[in-house]
Write a protein that binds this ligand. Sequence first.
Ligand code: AHG
Ligand code: MN
Ligand code: MN
Length: 344
Amino acid sequence: MRMRVSKLVTIERHIAEEEHVKRGATGEFSRMMRDMLLAIRLISRDVRRAGLNDVLGLTDGTNVHGEQVKKLDQIAHDTIFRAMDHGGHLCIMASEESEELIPIPPEYERGKYVLLFDPLDGSSNIDVNVTIGTIFSIYHRVTPDYVGDGTLEDVLQPGARQVAAGYVCYGSSTQLVYTTGNGVDVFTYDPTIGEFLLSDEKIQIPNRGKYYSVNEGNSSKWNDNLKKYIEYLKTPSTDKRRPYSLRYVGTSIADLHRTIMYGGIFMYPADRSSPNGKLRILYECNPLAMIIEQAGGRASDGKNRILDLRPEAIHQRSPLFIGSRDDVLEAEAFLRGEFPEGAE
Ligand code: AHG
Ligand code: MN
Ligand code: MN
């Protein structure tokens, strides 16, 4: 559900005003986000010119997940690091593209925030001009030392403790979808003035949708309950609620963005060869879960709320079922072996 905005507000003003109403805010969060927005504008610029500027194709490396690193993965990672390492706002970072934690270089000050990011989401779509994204997640540091480096403890917090989360969708336009726990707002980038302007305010996902989104090519490896659920969504019902339509981009940001706007469910389930699914808790599941909950939806690993998971390793994965409340509840019921009448 969209709430179109007629007033003209830049994201920087929005962030500063939101911070102002929170007690004890020092302006540091706004300054950190200003640095992050610079990185996002630069990545958007590179994405928009891909094909002309030698950013397509592969690097020589593979990442910690065993995936081949595309040039744009590396460029986006480096851009965020270079924008964020020297502001004095962060004590540690972690990125999907970096095997180890990323410390702040010794010459710069440490701050009270922790930044986790997926610099480029949807890598398999980069070279074919299909929507890709960037995801970020921000926490307060929990280790008390405000001078020293952040630690693993600062990075492995449950998603419920996120201070802010956002994703950028490089689609038909560049949009930033963002929350600090006070609803979800959408900002659309106007490249002619270099600003993100508020375009949809406090968006809410419908309680149920008509789209399901999953890589059905993996279905031979699914368990029976999941197979039954997907079969159920495809079976016509007399009330015309089903069949659902299938949409699958293969960029979690794009699949989630459509799910928020139209309703439905996006999933990356566990299967026989990937017992924890594919998506990473820190860089994908948690930020997406915070956004969906703030928009009135639900995110689970099939049993448990994503935001309550306690990650034990920085690149840990989790199955993900995310979207409209009633759709996710229904998926969870199927996974428990509870089927509605006529679905057995
Ligand atoms: P990334 O490009 O950051 O590695 O993430 C890719 C993820 C996610 O965006 C998408 O939903 C999923 O991989 C698609 O995976 P399949 O190709 O296995 O469907
Ligand atoms: Mn990703
Ligand atoms: Mn990525």
